[in-house]
Design a protein around this ligand. Structure first.
Ligand code: K2U
Ligand code: ZN
Length: 173
């Protein structure tokens, strides 16, 4: 078990389109375990493998509150198969864009499909924060981040802010 380093803006790795997971090996199981540990430590309620630098279509989610029993979900090659016309607006953040939150409008309900670590195919429908989180995470697998839904001005400002911070860090190193 290990807490892995989070990839943050402006790292262009976050723009990669991740590859299908393929066979469930011990390496995949260890990655899923490490992703959950990294997510709980952050803390967050979701994490995509690219956020720890691995371009594989693997997502972990756990909506359990701090004082609740953990309910980890590991989704291999997840896909959104249907979205409702109705939308909801939710304030989003991202572990790869620390301390930046903006409202994003997404489908209120979704149907989604994924493979489990045990090799089963699961299809389900959800709404609310799980629907928001899964759309956010599956976007990450396609190199899309929530700032891509903002105005060009807001997006360029936040990217410039992180580019400036990265330059400063490189100069101080
Ligand atoms: O992908 C990530 O960076 C994980 C996000 C997932 C997430 C973003 C927006 C809305 C729901 C889930 C982290 O969990 S960021 C922390 C967070 C938690 C709840 C609401 C907003 C942000
Ligand atoms: Zn994110």
């Amino acid at each position: 078990m290990a807490i892995r380093t989070l990839v943050t803006l402006p790292d262009s790795k976050l723009r990669l389109v991740s590859e299908p997971v393929g066979p469930v090996t011990d390496e995949v199981r260890t990655l899923a375990t490490d992703m959950l540990e990294t997510m709980y430590d952050a803390p967050g309620i979701g994490l995509a493998a690219i956020q720890v630098g691995v371009p594989k279509r693997l997502v972990v989610v756990d909506l359990a509150k701090k004082d609740e029993e953990r309910r980890p979900l590991v989704l291999l090659d997840p896909e959104v198969t249907w979205t409702s016309d109705e939308t909801r607006i939710h304030e989003e953040g991202c572990l790869s864009i620390p301390d930046y939150y903006e409202e994003v409008e997404r489908a209120d309900r979704i149907r989604y499909r994924y493979r489990t670590l045990e090799g089963e195919m699961v299809e389900a429908e959800t709404d609310g924060i799980l629907a928001t989180c899964l759309q956010h995470e599956i976007d990450h697998l396609n190199g899309v981040m929530f700032i891509d839904y903002l105005s060009r001005l807001k997006r360029s400002r936040v990217i410039k802010k992180f580019e400036k911070a990265a330059r400063r860090e490189a100069e101080d190193a």
